[in-house]
Design a protein around this ligand. Structure first.
Ligand SMILES: Nc1nc2c(c(=O)[nH]1)N[C@H]1C(S)=C(S)[C@@H](COP(=O)(O)OP(=O)(O)OC[C@H]3O[C@@H](n4cnc5c(=O)[nH]c(N)nc54)[C@H](O)[C@@H]3O)O[C@H]1N2
Ligand SMILES: Nc1nc2c(c(=O)[nH]1)N[C@H]1C(S)=C(S)[C@@H](COP(=O)(O)OP(=O)(O)OC[C@H]3O[C@@H](n4cnc5c(=O)[nH]c(N)nc54)[C@H](O)[C@@H]3O)O[C@H]1N2
Ligand code: SF4
Ligand SMILES: [Mo]
Length: 746
């Protein structure tokens, strides 16, 4: 336990603050007797950031509450945050390093010491590095966590270009690239100024459930209470779609067509912000010419949205200002990923909603000096990055956040082509659940010579490893991070409050491995890295002058006031200094500088023959509020609220297949078949099926943990074609068929 004093909050001041400011802790008088110590920290049960107060008694965390002083969540916590203690002390958590004692995947493990674990890893890394080259060692991680930059740091320090996460081509990085290409940075919704957004265009994103990511879920709800008008683009009638002034019930996978037709209306009806477009954009004429082919009448049969509704939505969006754009990962789950997010990203630009209060603010540089060590990777290694030659925006030399292409890495594991990948070191990545086509992923992993997994629980993926390391969770580790998507831009400190058993943080493992491998870089201590990050931050923001990590821990966060219209003095951080409606970055990489429509490769229009056998359109994802990707299925208070995976089916389709609400349903694609429980609802089109993603069954104690029963990625495709720039595969908008399952296992 961290017994140091600096991290604590004075109880008297806490009491005073909660009394004055209200919030969740108001009225629950925090007395000296009840707790030994109260810490400030930042919740990380999702991508995170919500400020928390952590109460400790007798060395145990006994309560976690929202911090009313946090500029992010202002005292609120979601149900996942509230279950943090159950997660921390869960009996299934991994507590010691484990070495495989039987055949791969047999579920036989032997406890070993950390020293033995390190020696074993070092021996394997050195052997494979000598035999087939360091690039045959791939490194994987999951979606943005405390250690995400440190995984990349370790890969670069080791010298392998082949690190990946299931999100780089499929989640958020494409949005960042579209932001960089168009605006020189990622535009972020501003819910923080005096001006409430007058309109929110919510597109392929379900922010009241998924946030997406941390506290914005609270923000959009507050904004709506204050009058924000809503336009929602979603195949499902989500909570926000039900409240929306206009709900565009789109055919999955056709967002590019819709965005281009909305641009067509806004440009042709002269609804764009002429002053802004003239002064601050380049490529308008080219964009105008490009979108002429994409009229609302053209888009209607493709998107299934009536042309007059497209016109109505475009007019409403263009005429009410300021407005925010909430765009989600649904836009990134088809092989036209980058051009789809590019098309959507231009809407705020041509309507002048950029960097104004209540619009889309520019930021992303709150915590510079990320310890990625990209500069350390030799050019010779960069050119070996798997997929980089083809998918230049994902892994090429000009890529914003270069990573390897998952399907190519998996192929290299299975076939040794273009060269063998013999080892995978996975830090927080349940590949069998989160990467497309789980059967192919399984075959790939089974073929590895050495597979290391570090995780919080023994997942179905960890069961295939040779060595499993026990990871510390957010209440057990130190971190310093900037929150780019909220303002006042904040830097937060997470702190080690307790540490159970022999768990360790991923960062500590990387540092220890780098030291034992005697690498040139990557050996600095975590505190040294934090200090370096703060020095870089101070260069940009005087608010950080002389601030120490301990001070941030004490305060919980440090914020910087938002500045609007920065472009008036600095220009945009693009090649031209302007908003690039036609992107020079895309052109430089050899891609079309203007967005275009491309039908998903497996769809009724692309594959009419397959459609005869698989007549329904499958979309996956649609997050549930109780889980985070494949996590927390074992946490009782959360699972109790949502015991089974749910497949959404329209009543007409259900009736046609003799399916009633609550029946187990078999869902099948050309890749495989799974089962989920029917949620019969009018909130989905008759031809569309939505299956939840992330499911496995921790309560099933066999080593497979029910991985093949309800896992959406048994259905998805990892095969080409991919997005030409990002290599994205198809997770949504596939073809499927359903039938009532005869029994749970049938
Ligand atoms: N509670 C919770 N929070 C999370 C997560 C979680 O698992 N649980 N996951 C985290 C992660 S990694 C991410 S990336 C974000 C994801 O958060 P979001 O980006 O909101 O992702 P989803 O909820 O999967 O999908 C958003 C919406 O897209 C709709 N949709 C499906 N197909 C299409 C389509 O083709 N077009 C359009 N326009 N819409 C479509 C779905 O119906 C859904 O309502 O949330 C993060 N936060
Ligand atoms: N079909 C379909 N597939 C999808 C999606 C979809 O919508 N549909 N969404 C995609 C998206 S947007 C994303 S981002 C990916 C997410 O994919 P991943 O991020 O890989 O998500 P998980 O499968 O939950 O795996 C994360 C693992 O990390 C472990 N973990 C959590 N914290 C730590 C830690 O601090 N250290 C370590 N070592 N381990 C930790 C968890 O226990 C869990 O086993 O999935 C993608 N896959
Ligand atoms: S939104 Fe995320 S960070 Fe906030 S309380 Fe919930 S899980 Fe924690
Ligand atoms: Mo994601």
């Amino acid at each position: 336990m961290n017994s140091g004093g600096p991290a604590t909050v004075s109880r008297a001041s806490l009491y005073l603050q909660t009394q004055i400011k209200g919030g969740e802790t108001t009225g629950s008088r925090i007395t000296m007797k009840k707790y030994d110590k109260i810490y400030k920290s930042a919740c990380r049960m999702c991508h995170g950031g919500c400020g928390v107060l952590v109460m400790v008694k007798d060395g145990k965390v006994v309560q976690v509450k929202g911090d009313p002083d946090s500029p992010l969540n202002r005292g609120k916590l979601c149900i996942k945050g509230l279950s943090s203690i159950e997660h921390l002390y869960h009996p299934d958590r991994l507590n010691f390093p484990l070495k495989r004692a039987g055949k791969r995947g047999e579920g036989k493990w032997q406890r070993i010491s950390w020293d033995e674990a390190y020696s074993h890893i070092i021996q394997q890394i050195e052997r494979i590095r000598d035999e087939t080259g360091v690039e045959s060692i791939a490194i994987a991680q999951g979606t943005g966590r405390h250690h995400s930059r440190h995984v990349v740091r370790f890969a670069n320090a080791l010298g392998t270009p082949n690190w990946y996460e299931p999100g780089t081509a499929q989640c958020f990085i494409p949005r960042i690239i579209a932001g960089m290409a168009g605006y020189g940075g990622l535009p972020i919704c501003d819910y923080y100024s005096e001006t409430n957004p007058a309109c929110a265009l919510v597109w392929g994103r379900n922010p009241t459930i998924a946030g997406s990511d941390g506290e914005p879920q609270f923000r959009i709800q507050d904004a709506i209470k204050k009058g924000t008008r809503l336009i929602v683009v979603d195949p499902r009638k989500t909570e926000l779609a039900a409240k929306a002034e206009i709900w565009l019930q789109i055919r999955p996978g056709t967002d590019d067509a819709l965005a281009l037709s909305m641009l067509n209306v806004i440009i042709n009806e002269n609804l764009y912000d002429k002053a802004f477009v003239e002064k601050w954009t380049v490529g308008f004429d080219a964009l105008k010419e490009r979108v002429q082919q994409y009229s609302p009448q053209w888009a209607e049969p493709i998107t299934w949205i009536p042309a007059d509704q497209i016109v109505e939505a475009a007019r409403l969006y263009a005429q009410i200002r300021p407005s925010v754009l909430e765009w989600g990962c649904a836009l990134e789950h088809t092989p036209n990923c980058l051009q789809t997010v590019r098309a959507v990203s231009l809407l705020p630009g041509i309507t002048g909603n950029i960097d104004i209060p209540g619009g889309m603010m520019m930021g992303m540089d709150i915590m510079p000096g990320a310890p990625n060590l990209f500069e350390h990777l030799p050019e010779s290694a960069k050119s070996k990055r798997l997929g980089a030659d083809q998918f230049k925006a994902l892994g090429g030399k000009e890529a914003v956040h270069p990573s390897a292409h998952i399907p190519t890495v998996m192929q290299a594991m299975r076939t040794g082509e273009p060269y063998p990948v013999n080892a995978l070191l996975a830090f927080g990545n349940n590949s069998l659940v989160s990467c497309a086509d789980s059967r192919l992923v399984y075959e790939s992993l089974m073929n590895l010579e050495f597979f290391l997994v570090m995780d919080l629980y023994m997942t179905p993926t960890a069961e295939l490893a040779d060595l499993v390391l026990p990871a510390a969770s957010w209440l057990e580790l130190d971190e310093l991070f900037g929150v780019p998507y909220v303002a006042p831009f904040a830097v937060l400190a997470q702190q080690k409050i307790v540490r159970e058993y022999e768990r360790c943080s991923d960062e500590e493992v990387f540092i220890e491995l780098a030291r034992r491998l005697k690498l040139d870089v990557g050996t600095k201590s975590l505190e040294e890295i934090f200090k370096q990050q703060l020095e870089e931050t101070e260069k940009l923001y005087p608010e950080f002058k002389g601030i120490t990590v301990d001070e941030i821990r004490k305060k919980g966060s440090i914020s910087v006031p938002i500045q609007y219209k920065k472009y008036e003095t600095l220009g945009f951080q693009t090649e031209s200094g302007k908003v690039e409606l036609s992107s020079s970055y895309m052109e430089k990489l050899g891609y079309d500088p203007l967005p275009y429509y491309s039908e998903p490769p497996e769809s009724p229009l692309s594959q009419p023959e397959t459609t005869e056998q698989f007549p329904l359109i499958l979309t996956t994802g649609g997050r549930a509020k109780y889980f985070f990707c494949s996590e927390y299925l074992q946490v009782p208070s959360l699972r109790k609220k949502h015991p089974d995976p749910l497949v959404e089916i329209h009543p007409l389709t259900a009736a046609e297949h003799h399916i009633s609400d609550g029946d187990w349903v078999s869902i099948e694609t050309r890749r495989g078949r799974i089962q989920q429980k029917a949620n019969v609802t009018e909130g989905i089109a008759p031809k569309v099926i939505n299956v939840q993603y992330g499911w496995w069954y921790p309560e099933d104690k066999t080593p497979e943990h029910g991985i093949w029963k309800s896992n959406a990625n048994v259905l998805t495709a990892i095969t080409p074609p991919y997005d030409p720039a990002m290599g994205t595969y198809q997770l949504r908008a596939l073809l499927c068929r359903i039938k009532k399952a005869d029994s749970i296992d049938g």
